[in-house]
Design a protein around this ligand. Sequence first.
Ligand SMILES: [Zn+2]
Length: 316
Amino acid sequence: MNYIVLDLEWNQCPYGKEKENKNIPFEIIEIGAVKLNDRRECIDKFSKLIKPTVYKEIHYYTKNMLSITMKDLKNGVSFTKAMGEFLEWCGDDYIFCTWGASDLIELQRNMEYYGMSPLAEGPFKFYDVQKVYSMLFEEDKTVRRSLEYAVDRFDILKAAAFHRAKEDATYTARVMQYIRYDDMEHYYSIDTYHRPANKKKEVYALFDNHSKYISREFSSKEEAMADREVISTRCYVCGKNARKKIRWFTGNGKLYFCQAYCEHHGWLRGKIRMKKTDNGKFYVIKTLRLVSGEEALFVKEKQEEVRKKRREKRKS
Ligand SMILES: [Zn+2]
């Protein structure tokens, strides 16, 4: 299997957010990629400039960051042509690697805008190198560093300027060489631009210290939270239903927590991330994690916090 290390450059509406085309807030203007073999040696590179059709001027932010002019882009090819060639270049057996999760989202949004067939039928696995980097090298795992920051950390030679697609893909590939295979695999990501089409296609992924479930779409949050599978707390080690000690609750309607107890494996902490789609529907990403008795207090405290806020709200 090959690794396709992908990087995109995009432009946005030069006249501000209010005037943007909501179906394509970020128009891709460059695709760059590096192909690595299974030993992570570079075997090929891809680079294509794209002629814009939506935003015909470059946003000042993009202009400051990229060394690309509209004149360059006018010599580019159409997005569909570039993308077609890119997918053919990728081959059949590969996994995407990106710095951050947004490239794959914008890539698929652009594909949808131009009426191309979807990149995948549903969620798919990829490596978010930026996330893996944080998991391995940062104290605070939620922090996200720039690519240049990681390049500096490993003293990688800065032979080319940043913020051009092929160059950034090359730098990302270089950073990957400092990450062990096992670690990459340990922290793999799942792209959910296309949700599971139905109940049968829902995703169950097992990691060594937690499990992840990605639901199909629902028309409302309430409908999602009424679904048996969504709210279930099955222990991911033994597969038995763990009894809920604290039922699902939420403070903001985005994050839900619960706590359950498996007779064989102890405390399970549940977290649901309620996600809204572009078309106004909802789906959930649920993680269940075995935790120590002490860590289990977290949910209880969270619940107290939510209750307290409610009481204060009622009073005011
Ligand atoms: Zn169990």
